[in-house]
Structures are given as structure tokens and as C-alpha cells.
Design a binder for this molecule. Structure first.
Ligand code: NI
Length: 181
């Protein structure tokens, strides 16, 4: 049982023996009635421990990498790798995904701004937001947030890449997070 803060309103904690349910009963005096807030252990994320056997040199290399990246624990590093693989699987499976297309260009170049604007309007179903940053007098960075099937998103990136005058185009393949633990 965890500790509960003392509330200004009347507070009653019932401990039920042989039962893992905590009932925090708060008496809202002003409202004149009781609210029950059940909390169960299911609210907490369950953690599974498992052992993995790997070559010593591979583990040493992995430890060097996560230390360089200042990753706090091996568990966090392994979890990140698993999530990255799950995102790849989402893209391969054709599920709804999200990501960002990054563009860099000189806005003085002929028609580049107009061409990008026209294309983004053509692809308005997949483009959910665009952020434009003026990097310096000439160069602009544009972050185009996209959401849809991988085929739709890749089609948008492909069309944007056709614009002449771009200095950089890249697609960061992400996830909507809806199916990600
Ligand atoms: Ni600009």
C-alpha cells in the first residue's frame, strides 16, 4: 500500500485484508456526497525480467554504445531497440503510422516555395502540420508532419523530393504510438 497525501477534505483509507484493492474515499463536503477512487495493481505497468545469452564482445560493444549515448540502463537500451523494430514492423505491415519529412532549401531559388506549397496542398490528407524555420538569410528548414499508411507517406516524400532546388530531404519514419506499449 502506498502513502497517500493528506487532503484538505475529509479522507478515509480502507484497507481490505487479503485483497489488493485500495479504496481512497474522499468526502467532498461541499458537494455533500462520497466519491470512490479504486486503484488496483493493474494500474502499474508490469515488468518482466528475462535473461539473454550473447557473445561477450557483442555485449561489450553494446555497453560502449549505450554509455556513449548516456543511456541509463541496459534495460532501457534493449527496450528502445525492441520499439524501433516494432516501428519497422508497423511500416512493413502497412498500418497507420506517423513521421516527419525534413526539407532544407534556399527560398530565393526560383519557384521552390510555390512548388512546395502546391504539393503540400495536393497532399493535405496525409500532411497534418508544417513548421517553417528561417535558418539564416537564405536557408529555410521545413518540418512536414505526416500521418497515414506507409504508402501514402512515402508517396508524399517522393513527390516533395521531385522539387528542384532542395538542398536536403529526409523522412523520419515514426509511429502514431497507438499500438506501441
Ligand atoms: Ni524561411
Amino acid at each position: 500500500m502506498g502513502k497517500h497525501p493528506v487532503l484538505a477534505t475529509s479522507y478515509v483509507l480502507l484497507t481490505l485484508q487479503n485483497c489488493r484493492i485500495q479504496l481512497s474515499l474522499l468526502l467532498h463536503q461541499g458537494a455533500g456526497h462520497w466519491y470512490a477512487h479504486p486503484q488496483t495493481n493493474e494500474d502499474k505497468m508490469s515488468i518482466v525480467r528475462f535473461s539473454v545469452s550473447l557473445e561477450k564482445e557483442l555485449v561489450s560493444e553494446f555497453d560502449r554504445k549505450i554509455k556513449a549515448e548516456r543511456c541509463p540502463t541496459r534495460s532501457k537500451a534493449v527496450g528502445d531497440l525492441i520499439r524501433a523494430t516494432l516501428v519497422q514492423t508497423e511500416w512493413q505491415a502497412g498500418a497507420e503510422v506517423a513521421g516527419a519529412i525534413v526539407l532544407v532549401y534556399d527560398h530565393h531559388k526560383r519557384d521552390v516555395v510555390k512548388r512546395l506549397m502546391d504539393l503540400q496542398h495536393d497532399c493535405h490528407d496525409a500532411i497534418i502540420s508544417t513548421q517553417h524555420i528561417h535558418l539564416d538569410h537564405d536557408n529555410c528548414l521545413e518540418i512536414v508532419a505526416v500521418r497515414g499508411t506507409p504508402a501514402e507517406i512515402e508517396a508524399v516524400a517522393k513527390r516533395l523530393k521531385t522539387v528542384k532546388g532542395l538542398k536536403h530531404v529526409s523522412l523520419a519514419a515514426g509511429t502514431t504510438g497507438a499500438r506501441m506499449p
